[in-house]
Design a protein around this ligand. Sequence first.
Ligand SMILES: Cc1noc(C)c1CN(C)Cc1cc2n(n1)CCN(c1cc(N)ncn1)C2
Length: 389
Amino acid sequence: MVSNKLVAALTAYSAVAAAVPVASQTKGFSLVQEAIPKSSYRAPAAHLAKALTKFGAPVPAHVAAAAASTGSVTTNPSDGDEEYVTKVTVGDSTLNLDFDTGSADLWAFSADTPSSERSGHNYYKPSDSATKVSGASWDISYGDGSSASGSVYKDTVTVGGVTFDAQAVEAASSVSSEFTQDTSIDGLLGLAFSSINTVSPTPQKTFFDNVKSSLDKPLFVAILKHDTAGSYDFGFTDDSKYSGDIAYTDVDSSQGFWSFTADSYSIDGQDAGSSIDGIADTGTTLVLLDDDVVEAYYETIDSAQYDDSQGGYVFDCDADVPDFAITVGDYTATIPGDYINFASAGSSTCYGGIQSNSGIGFSIFGDVFLKSQYVVFDASGPQIGFAAQ
Ligand SMILES: Cc1noc(C)c1CN(C)Cc1cc2n(n1)CCN(c1cc(N)ncn1)C2
């Protein structure tokens, strides 16, 4: 039921928002009306909340609550599921970004990136309303040795219909060769905790941190898939996208990651008993585990061996590759063996989707695992939830 106050405010708002004077010296002006694209539809109360805020009026709690929003955006695997690419509007640009729950910077190739380094990429162009953050810089390095750095703007970012108009956008002035050569992505959108954002002197909030209070629920869901389109959903869970119940467990965000403990693991259905501490990391391709677990896994494949030239375990491509599973409470999250037969390593040899974490002290549950699950990243708690998809 829409209250008459709401009607009045919406009328006032729509008159202000829609009136576009053709020219101040004419006797009147024409109203340029344009349909709001379905994808950018916002609840009426969201417009009221914005109008009231714009004119300095308090937003009643019931209006703020009704203004909450949700969003969903398609994410597509690159060849071989190496990474997942998601279209995002950043300022005046539509960019292909890698959503990364293992880092907290939203950065992109930009006009400041030397043209030799940005060939083949879309790049960020600040909108007319963008502002440069004076004195701010950023510099990020990733686990694979890749890196990027640059300056910082505040601009409007829209992900799947959810918009934040003062998002910190980190414009690259330098990117390492891994990014220059990877023309699948134009940058990253960090979804880890803002405590590990690299902007100096003042760390900036992630897109999710900025919008979570306006979402119906302060959560996002990663629905990554093998060799086909999936989605990132913001503010809601959708029981048509998973089966059974979602098994939740606590997250330790003290290191900035979505870190959790799997109660046990099994190889080919054989329970190995011990727990695994790890992070859910959409920006990492593979599953990286402690050496004892990796060795136990590849002992089950006769042809498996560590290949120094490949920097990892390889095996005959026609080998019978076992499932690897972790348990969270009474839920068993299984990676099908086929996902662990990850990529060709030349001739009839294939590269494993499970590899060593190089002794970093925690495991990394990357895309090889995540694409087998419906994964809820819930800021309330915080907690993480898994279900079969
Ligand atoms: C191709 C390809 N294959 O695997 C990747 C990755 C690429 C993309 N390509 C080589 C370039 C690149 C390098 C990185 N990315 N993209 C994504 C962010 N990176 C992370 C994120 C994170 N949470 N943890 C570790 N690194 C490193």
